[in-house]
Design a protein around this ligand. Structure first.
Ligand code: AFP
Length: 329
């Protein structure tokens, strides 16, 4: 079943369906650019940096432009917040029903090694961006109307939730359409696989030190079984693995740069990924509570993220409550 047919079946919100269709179109265009690699010059670094101070790749900028053009063409988006721009872009359709936050190219450092990258989108209701300005984006993740990522891997996938489960579509390169290939994904509750950037270990807080320490002890430790580890440096790819076969993905609070509470951005990484994972039966916490319940204070705010299989995230929640009780109150 193609994406447009699926959306007509499951949603009566025509404006939302239109928006999701345009997000999918952006994914198809970006996938074509990525496929050309160095031939399209898109793997080159720019001299510019984004709002996070990270060096931009040509494809970061091109993906931002492609996605913005599609969102504008949908005529149902009032404003767009992007990782690549400090301020949200206000569109001519300022009273349209939706706001979109996006990371047009997540994991772009993987481009240099021909690795997997993705695009992430979060759809919020427009609560009055014409008067509130960028403050209108500061809504908790539980208010999202939809979330999606596109994964540019061996196959191009669109993973989508409108709050009724999480579904996977695969791009058919012949018809240039996304086709439903897995309806209502379920994250296995138990897992023996974790993903964390272990090079930051010395900066982690005690709860995460304990959790990973116990996993590493394997059969000989309190968990009485061996664990496996993966790290893709692309949240899209790590989350996709978790949706497919379970596991946990941790980018926890650390003391590396005390002014930054975590690495991942709440509005266009943590929130949309948390909606997709929780809609598939997984959990997503900061360590101090549910990611989706967090009231944002800044458009480019960073947060700790611990997400994936229910039983493991529950264990991490317990460890945080036992070890850092003042922070979890
Ligand atoms: P970019 O979007 O700036 O490439 O960052 C990717 C990311 O935000 C997320 O996708 C990864 O999980 C994480 O950063 C990787 O971080 P490390 O540099 O610690 O591997």
């Amino acid at each position: 079943m193609q994406l447009d047919v699926f959306l007509k079946k499951v949603s009566i919100n025509h404006a939302l369906n239109m928006l999701l269709w345009h997000i999918a179109e952006a994914g198809i265009e970006i996938a074509a650019l990525i496929k050309q690699g160095a031939l399209a010059g898109v793997t080159e670094k720019m001299t510019s940096t984004n709002v996070q101070g990270e060096t931009q790749m040509q494809l970061d900028i091109r993906s931002h432009e492609v996605a913005l053009a599609q969102l504008r063409a949908s005529a149902v988006v009032a404003a767009v917040l992007s990782e690549e721009e400090e301020k949200p872009t206000m569109l001519e359709t300022i009273d349209a029903p939706f706001l979109v936050s996006m990371d047009p190219l997540d994991g772009s450092s993987n481009l240099a090694i021909n690795g997997v990258v993705g695009s992430i989108f979060s759809v919020l209701p427009n609560t009055g961006v014409s008067t509130l300005g960028e403050q209108a984006f500061l809504q908790p993740g539980q208010d999202q109307r939809a979330a999606a990522y596109i994964m540019y891997g061996p196959a191009t996938l669109l993973v989508l939730s409108i709050g009724q489960g999480t579904h996977i579509f695969t791009l058919d390169h012949h018809s240039q359409a996304f086709v439903l290939t897995q309806q209502t994904v379920t994250v296995p509750e138990e897992t023996s696989e974790f993903a964390i950037n272990a090079s930051n270990q010395r900066y982690w807080q005690a709860a995460v030190q304990r959790y990973i320490g116990e996993c590493l002890q394997g059969k000989e430790g309190p968990r009485a079984r061996d664990f496996n580890m993966r790290w893709c440096a692309s949240m899209v790819m790590d989350v996709h693995r978790i949706l497919t076969r379970g596991g946990v993905f941790l980018y926890p609070h650390d003391n590396k740069q005390p002014v930054k509470a975590g690495r991942l951005r709440l509005l266009y990484e943590a929130n949309p990924m948390s909606l997709l994972v929780t809609q598939a039966g997984g959990e997503s916490i900061t360590g101090q509570g549910d990611v989706l319940a967090l009231q944002p204070t800044d458009c480019h705010q960073r947060v700790p993220v611990l997400l994936g299989s229910k039983q493991e995230i529950q264990r991490l929640r317990d460890y945080h409550q036992q070890i850092h009780p003042q922070a979890t109150e």
